[in-house]
Design a protein around this ligand. Structure first.
Ligand SMILES: [Mg+2]
Length: 405
């Protein structure tokens, strides 16, 4: 059974998604997600010009060999564009292997380690009260873990707080250039403890609370925040500071027992090796699409397990349902699974394009028992939603300095 055809589809049912379909000589096909938000067409070109021609005629069962061929064989290793391309092929090949075996992918990884996958929902609002109203709705719907984000008074826009805007970040106002947002660390510190004081009062102590700093703080500021929030017992503080320099987290770790999570932009195990083996983090938040697919996430997860670091995959809505399906199989298998970020099943357009049958009941995902990944992509329906150039925002400090978005 050899690879016969590889097609790349770009569609925009609210956000852009790059979907890869690998078809074998016996007609079996598999799907992969290659979406890099704001750089979608770079991955398309990379796949079509440089990856697809090298794979036609290769053994579709040789997942590890093809992964190594695309990683080591390229000389220019790592990087988000390269690794998203590798990831999409890898996911599609796991999908194919599962279909041929007649088994869901999690069975090929080693079977279930739990009954269902714990999810955390997003609550946000223009005020603390609105954020907690939103959180209370999630609790009523059965969620036991909730990420809280509230608008910072005095800033024009706050990440993670979308208000009543219909589209996600990059489509707002339908402008094909990056929107700009502002940031002030003092204004953030003036609000953030109040959010968690009010949250514990309103939601009690049985709900897991999480918070995403979106890399806005320096390491010493993150250390201060971690200490400040210790009384409110967070499940984790996400992306407190950038860790391009992985040493940054030694400083944060030295000062606080608030659990730390990072990894949604990471492309390989090398981006998180020091963080994991020095036990500087508690949760690794890699995404199958951006860190090299199921093969690579399995390797990172096993490596993390010996250092008591848990898998908590990224789950933002710019990861396509194909990536989320891959995560569900990894999550149900991983002995050191922590939690999965979950923002719902998307808008009606997205649901027209992607069909899957994993179910969410009381804040837990029940994984598909269909052979392969358990996901379908409607190529015909996708034609009605062509690519729209768009970007994530750029962030600036109040004096105009470019900062981490
Ligand atoms: Mg995040």
């Amino acid at each position: 059974m050899v690879i016969d055809k590889i097609e790349v589809f770009v569609s925009c049912p609210g956000r852009n998604f790059v979907t890869v379909k690998v078809t074998t000589s016996d007609g079996t096909y598999g799907l992969g997600d290659a979406t890099v938000n704001g750089r979608e067409m770079a991955v398309v070109s990379y796949l079509e010009e440089h990856v697809v021609p090298c794979l036609i005629g290769r053994d579709a069962h040789a997942i590890e060999d093809i992964w190594q061929y695309l990683y080591k064989g390229v000389y220019w290793r790592k990087g988000p564009i390269n690794m998203a391309a590798v990831a999409s092929i890898d996911m599609a090949l796991w999908d194919i292997k599962g279909k041929v075996a007649g088994l869901p992918v999690y069975q090929l990884l080693g079977g279930k380690s739990r009954n269902a996958v714990t999810l955390y929902a997003h609550a946000n609002g223009k005020s603390i009260e609105q954020t907690l109203d939103n959180a209370a709705q999630h609790v009523n719907n059965g969620f036991k873990a909730i990420r809280l984000q509230s608008a910072v008074p005095g800033l024009k826009v706050t990440y993670g707080v979308l208000g009543d805007k219909k589209d996600y970040y990059e489509q707002q106002g339908n402008r094909p250039l990056p929107p700009e947002e502002d940031w002030s660390t003092p204004k953030y510190f003036a609000m953030i403890e109040e959010l968690f004081i009010a949250a514990r009062k309103r939601l009690g102590n049985d709900i897991h609370l999480l918070h995403d700093v979106h890399s806005r703080l320096t390491p010493i500021e993150s250390a201060k925040l971690g200490k400040l929030l210790e009384p409110y017992n967070l499940m984790f503080l996400e992306d407190a500071s950038m860790a391009e320099n992985q040493e940054n987290y030694k400083l944060i770790r030295h000062h606080t027992t608030t659990p730390l999570a990072i990894g949604e932009t990471y492309n390989t195990i090398w981006d998180c090796k020091d963080l994991i083996q020095n036990q500087l983090i508690d949760f690794i938040r890699v995404a199958a699409t951006h860190a090299g697919g199921i093969t690579a996430l399995r390797r990172i997860t096993d490596f993390a397990s010996i250092y008591n670091v848990k898998l908590a995959p990224h789950g933002a809505p710019d990861l396509s349902p194909v990536c989320m399906a891959a995560h569900m199989h990894l999550n149900i298998w991983a002995p050191n699974f922590g939690i999965q970020e979950f923002v719902g099943f998307g808008n009606d357009e997205l649901k027209q394009l992607f069909k899957h049958d994993y179910k969410v009941v009381d804040g837990m995902a029940h994984v598909s028992e269909a052979p392969g990944l358990g996901i379908e992509f409607d190529e015909e329906a996708a034609k009605a939603f062509p690519y729209k150039r768009s970007y994530l925002p750029v962030c600036r400090l109040e004096d105009g300095t470019v900062w981490n978005w």
